[in-house]
Design a protein around this ligand. Structure first.
Ligand SMILES: Nc1nc2c(ncn2[C@@H]2O[C@H](COP(=O)(O)OP(=O)(O)OP(=O)(O)O)[C@@H](O)[C@H]2O)c(=O)[nH]1
Ligand SMILES: [Mg+2]
Length: 459
């Protein structure tokens, strides 16, 4: 059954508000009617034409550029018309209204676009795969230069290419295994000869590398939530200010200064971090402070990593111990021994502990590096592609299926133990399905809905 022809869609593609130029974008199976109806002439493909945009009564709404991209050579793969006008919300709205009006007169189907719908059509028309389409949104949302670069790398296909390479190798291996299933007598020798195990191990190694890279990409995209916790006066607010490079939080010698959380977005080597300063942890009869302390624990629960501040000038082993015991077990914790300037120590790293001065900034660079290492940042080179939690889960699932496949068929010495090679074949198939879901070859409709609804309108 053939899918019904989609209706044409229209949206203001530039950000809301005023700007020098604003863009209205239309996409549809055919838009020749709109060009004719509005401009009374054809437009040369992919060439800017300076035109008046006229209202129904012949009055000029604006003058600007019209660009016509006939299918399939357009962003969406459909006919696309882009109008560059002056970037005021009212004038752009008038242009949209005029298009809708013309569609009505011509009895053509045209409606306002939903968020991400242009990119969704690009995906459906094979202009982009799903990982690339997601990268479009990630590029728009990027908070740091490194995140933007890696999103651009994914958009250009760096991530998809890695997935394709893996899938091709997997298909090669699957063909081998499936072919031997029909020859039960010789299958084992055949697989040994073709070094199926060697092929499988190569794929596993490459997948591990892609997964490591994707983890970096996910950090770049999602950022890291860092919570500063510790006894009052340990220097949490001072450290927030030092990391932020500005006086975001109030610092005083009075224990219990910070009551409510204070947060600041910063970036270290392009990795976006949200640093949250909290109320110092202690038993208190002060109502306001007690609420602050309760909030600190809430923030701790939601953290990706904790910086546990310890005051070298007022050592209180028991209090610090009690605090450390309440940290969630799986959470990485960096112990920050603060105020080295006051006790005459040098900055240094010792395992998951650093010695610093939030006041003089001594050791701040060590702290930053240790923090990045703790959350799993290995390198932030340009080769990192952006990735999402969804991708990590698919890669991990694929990894599990490959491991299962190996365990189904082979013993620890690389000998085939199981004559039930159909299970081996099935695990390989499942691994491939997971990889394909990243680029959208197996995309379920609800998944697409979720991904594209998070886009901005006009993209
Ligand atoms: N000498 C020295 N003093 C510091 C250092 N860091 C913080 N202080 C001082 O310690 C006191 C408390 O600092 P804050 O940053 O307010 O401490 P806090 O942990 O936020 O305290 P609460 O908000 O009360 O929980 C202030 O007088 C700071 O100037 C440091 O590295 N060296
Ligand atoms: Mg404070």
């Amino acid at each position: 059954m053939q899918a019904p022809t989609p209706e044409a869609i229209i949206a203001i593609a530039t950000a809301p508000g005023r700007g020098g130029v604003g863009v209205v974008r239309v996409s549809g199976p055919t838009l020749g009617w709109l060009v004719q109806a509005w401009f009374g002439r054809d437009l040369v493909a992919r060439q800017a034409t300076y035109l008046p945009f006229l209202a129904a009564d012949g009055q000029t709404l604006d003058q600007g550029l019209a660009l016509y991209f006939p299918a399939p050579h357009s962003y969406t793969g459909e006919d696309v018309l882009e109008l560059q006008a002056h970037g005021g919300p009212v004038v752009l709205q008038l242009l949209v209204q005029r298009c809708l009006e013309l569609a009505h007169i011509r009895n053509e189907r045209l409606r306002l676009a939903e968020p991400g719908e242009f990119t969704r059509r690009a995906f459906l028309n094979d202009k982009l795969d799903l990982a690339q389409a997601e990268a479009v949104a990630d590029l728009i949302e990027a908070q740091t230069v490194a995140a933007a670069r890696s999103a651009a790398a994914s958009l250009a296909g760096a991530f998809s290419q890695e997935i394709h390479t893996l899938v091709e190798q997997l298909i090669h291996l699957r063909l081998l295994v499936e072919a031997t299933l029909d020859f039960p007598e010789e299958e084992i020798e055949f697989l040994q000869q073709a070094d199926a195990l060697g092929q499988l191990q190569t794929i596993e190694q490459q997948l591990a590398r892609v997964l490591a890279c994707a983890r970096q990409g996910a950090l770049l995209r999602d950022g890291v939530k860092v919570v500063l916790a510790g006894v009052p006066n340990a220097g949490k607010s001072s450290l927030l200010n030092a990391l932020a490079g500005e006086e975001v939080a109030i610092v005083t010698p009075i224990a219990g200064t910070t009551r409510d959380k204070v947060q600041q977005s910063i970036n270290i080597e392009g990795i976006p971090l949200l640093v949250i300063d909290t109320a110092g942890l202690r038993e208190t009869s002060d109502t306001v402070e007690a609420i602050g302390v309760a909030r600190t624990w809430q923030e701790v629960e939601r953290a990706d990593v904790i910086l546990h501040l310890i005051d070298l000038t007022a050592p209180d082993e028991a209090a610090n111990q009690r605090i450390a015991e309440r940290f969630p077990a799986a959470l990485p914790v960096l112990r920050v021994f603060n105020k080295i300037d006051a006790v005459g120590l040098e900055p240094r790293v010792a395992g998951n502990a650093v010695y610093v001065s939030a006041q003089t900034h001594a050791g701040l660079d060590l702290l930053q590096q240790t923090l990045l290492r703790l959350v799993g940042v290995e390198h932030t080179s340009d080769s990192v592609f952006i990735a999402r939690e969804r991708h990590l889960q698919a890669l991990q699932a694929a990894q599990n299926h490959l491991q299962q496949a190996r365990q189904q068929a082979y013993d620890g010495h690389g000998h085939i133990t199981n004559r039930q090679l159909d299970l081996f074949a099935e695990e390989l198939r499942l691994a491939q399905e997971q990889l394909n879901s990243i680029t959208g070859e197996f995309g379920a409709d609800d998944l697409l809905g979720r991904i594209f609804s998070q886009f901005c309108i006009g993209k």
